[in-house]
Design a binder for this molecule. Structure first.
Ligand SMILES: [Zn+2]
Length: 409
């Protein structure tokens, strides 16, 4: 079955929200929006729902998918946090689990929250072996360094070389930056510039210590920033100057970071960021702006020219959310149980049991689970994964970002 459709949803297109509209999917792409002329083998009824572009989580470390959070901040920079993490009992517990299973857990954590694409900040040799088996899209093409600091982990070939690769291949150059307050970290942007690493391919993660002058330069060079609010506040009791970035029109994206420092998932992170903005600036950050930060903005940052929008010819990465209030509000306020269907490149990956026919029609290997109290269908073997993780650590390990019922032993 190559062609199917979703009918009756409020559809978020780049220009407007189209009420009670249909979207036809052909293969991995969106074919058309609007009237459905022919009879199609699968028609997904999405009334009282909102159809959104698949969400993009602009920063995660899939290998670090575990719980609870570790840390005793506020820290001066990321290094003492990393030391606390690596000497913690929770980290030792995590170390008993196969990397493949941590990757799968990280991918499912994103999938069930409506994420279709994740940026996994790690050298290629670490995530390459797993990308083909994961139930979400992980960005494959990127250049990177770990961070700008002299005490950075030794990832990539250095700022200058990596940025050149990014320009040559038109891929993002991703780095942690200005994550802390010590004398060196506050100058990260200057160091990045000096090594020719600041430009439109730069995806700058955190930026807590960016000054207004730094932000002006970022805007001038058309670089993007990833905001990890919960992780920043947890580790540093502070996050980046988002208000100034938005005033200046910087391309801001939202990322969760790993759940060992950051929010439970992207749904949680959107709510956290909205509340943080209100609390800090006494002003509302609009739902529409937040939704852009998890769709259009990251698609631009990561140079994914056929993602992030519901538009004919674009990749069919789609999420049906239960409607609560208006369309944008329904996404920002969504809980796990409100994620009704997640489609990646035209393929249903996760959804309500009432949509089982699409999984069947696409001949997918799937199982039924009860998640957040609701019966769902999910691709692959999520229960088997949770049981393997429990077996590895020797007790029934449960995760608040994956509230799935399963038996152990
Ligand atoms: Zn990070």
């Amino acid at each position: 079955m190559k062609k199917w459709c979703i009918v009756g949803a409020d559809v978020l297109t780049p220009e407007e929200v189209l009420q009670k509209t249909s979207v036809v999917v052909m293969g991995d792409k969106i074919e058309r929006i609007g009237h459905v002329e022919q009879k199609l083998p699968v028609v997904i009824d999405a009334k009282n729902s909102v159809l959104s572009p698949g969400l993009i989580n602009a920063h995660d470390h899939l290998l670090g998918t575990y719980y609870p959070k570790v840390g005793n901040g506020p820290y001066e920079n990321w290094l003492p946090w990393d030391n606390d993490l690596k000497s913690s009992p929770v980290y030792r517990e995590r170390q008993q689990i196969e990397n493949r299973d941590l990757y799968l857990l990280g991918a499912y954590r994103n999938l069930v929250s409506g994420v279709t694409t994740v940026s996994d900040h790690i050298p290629h040799f670490v995530n390459d072996p797993f990308l083909d088996i994961l139930p979400v899209r992980v960005i494959r093409d990127y250049a990177l360094v770990h961070s700008i600091a002299s005490f950075a982990l030794n990832w990539g070939d250095g700022i200058e070389e990596e940025y050149k690769k990014a320009v040559k291949n038109d891929i993002p150059f991703i780095t942690h930056i200005a994550e802390g307050f010590d004398a060196e970290t506050v100058n990260d942007l200057k160091v990045l510039e000096r090594h020719n690493g600041l430009g439109e391919h730069s995806v700058l993660v955190h930026g807590i210590a960016f000054s207004e002058e730094d932000i002006d330069k970022i805007k001038k060079k058309n670089a993007s920033v990833v905001w990890c609010g919960d992780s920043n506040v947890f580790m540093f009791n502070k996050t980046a100057n988002i208000r100034y970035m938005l005033e200046k029109g910087v391309n801001v994206c939202i990322g969760t970071d790993s759940p060992m420092s950051g929010g439970l998932n992207l749904l949680y992170e959107m709510k956290f960021d909205k509340a943080y903005y209100q609390r800090t600036y006494g002003k509302e950050l609009s739902d529409e702006q937040i939704v852009k930060m998890v769709t259009i903005n990251p698609a631009k940052a990561f140079r994914m020219y056929r993602h992030g929008r519901i538009k004919p010819g674009f990749i069919a990465d789609l999420v049906i959310f239960a409607r609560k209030g208006n369309a944008y509000n329904s996404i920002v306020q969504a809980e796990l149980k409100d994620v009704k269907l997640v489609v990646i490149a035209g393929k249903a990956m996760y959804g309500d049991v009432e949509y089982e026919e699409i999984f069947f029609a696409q001949k997918s290997q799937y199982q039924k689970v009860v998640l957040d109290g609701k019966e769902k269908v999910v691709i692959g073997d999520l229960i088997g994964l949770l049981r393997r993780i429990s077996k590895a650590v020797g007790f029934k390990k449960e995760f608040p970002f994956m509230p799935v019922e399963f038996k152990y032993p």
